[in-house]
Every structure is written in C-alpha cells, then in structure tokens.
Design a protein around this ligand. Sequence first.
Ligand code: ZN
Length: 280
Amino acid sequence: MSTPAPNASDFLRAFTGDAGQLLPQKDAPILAQTTSPNRELYLDNYLAKMADYENAYQEDVYLERHRYPVLISTFKRLDRVQNLVGHGNFNVVSFDEMLKYGKRYSSVGEFTQVEKDFLEELFFANARQYGFLGDKVITEISAPIPERDRRKVGRTGHFLYRGKSETLYDKLQKDVGSNIVLTSGIRSVVKQSHLFLAKTIQSKGNLSKASRSLAPPGHSYHGIGDFDVGKVGFGRKNFTEAFATTDEYKRLVDLGYVDIRYPRDNMFGVRYEPWHIKVV
Ligand SMILES: [Zn+2]
C-alpha cells in the first residue's frame, strides 16, 4: 500500500541486524543497546524526529497517490457509521458490525470491495515500514468487544474493559480526585482505523507522520486495555504536552503506581504522550 521514499536507508538500516535482516518486532524498543555502527546517528535522528513529530522527513513513507480516493471514501463512510451509532458507541463497533451498518442503512451505504480491501490492507500491513515500532496487539480484524467485557463510563462517552482497566481507573480517580477524567478508553479496530485515516488525510498521505502520533490499526493498546486521562475542562490540551504541566498529571505520577505507555524518548516510534496510561 505504500512505497518507501528513496534514501530511507539510514533509518531502516538501524533496524537491521548484522546480516541485514529485520529485527524481531519485540526487540525494536531496545535498539538503544544495539552495536550497529549507525546507532548514534540513528538515535540522534530518531529522538529529534519524535520531538518534532509533526514535521515530514525524507524517509517518511506515503500512501500512493492513486489510493487517495479510496482513503477519502473509506474515511467518509466510517464517519457516517459514527454519525449513525453515535460517538460513544462507535468506540466499540466491530468490523462485522460496521459492514452490517453499511448494508442496512442507506445513510451509510454498503462498503465497497475496494474500501473493505483497503481497511484490511491497512490492518494487516507491517507498520514498521512506516517507522512505527510498537507491537501488533490485535491479530483478528473482526475481534468483537462483547458487552459483558466492557463498562460505559458515565458522562465521558467512553468505555473501559472490566477488570484491570476499570479497577485502575477507579483507583486513580479516587486518589487524584474527580478533576481527572477518562478521555479515551476502549477503541475497536474500526474506531482506530477511523482515527488513523483522519490522521493520514491530515498528513497528506504521510503514513509515517500519522503513525508518530497515532498507532496504526491493530497496534493500539486502547484495543486491549490502555486508556487516556485528562483534566476536566482542559479540552484538546489534554492531548498535548501541556497536560504534563497540570497538577492533576503531577499527582498522577506521584501516586507511584501509574505507568505512562509512551514516555518522552520512548523507542516505539511514538511521540511523548503523558496522558496515555499503560494497563496491559
Ligand atoms: Zn492513548
């Protein structure tokens, strides 16, 4: 679906072992310890890039131009599913349910074969080719999120998995106070695809840039338990580094039991996300 830009080699070389083979995905985050001769160059470039994630870089990978129409039409159809079921419920819509809504509701319209193929291709693509180094955490595109496994969190429009996620959320809310609130919980493959396509459109087809601030479909820990929190009334700033300057964030960190999934200088190919709580 995408073609690497020429001269992507410095970036990619750093991901290869001595024999030039790609390192197993799970080893990527410990590249800081690699003995590759490109190590320092790579690390400097990498850290600068993550700090300035909104920029485009020479080695960035783009969606081919001729696929833009399907990018747009798929995004718009997903948008119509979201309008149909509501923003809250859209978080937990499965792939099969999405297709069903398309078939049943003329306000959505049936997903075309090309759109279905596009979503599948995106889901099954190796995200490392964009520079995203996190794990694939969902392997089944049509994995459902059963009602019994989730809880709708009042007044947030978001869901949490029962068990570890809801227990951690309840505890940290009790300890920090009700000024901290869930800003994004469970995200199905469909929801993550919608977000990723929106980012890709915003990035003018730059899949690498999109994946620096949003995990590609199948790679988001929101699919299996992580969640985002923010300060009540802080709006969109909750998804910026400004969140780390709030008292709520400081109290969160001082609790000592909360882990941030993407700390500054993380090796997952993702920008700093002080709001994203690691659960799994
Ligand atoms: Zn998050």
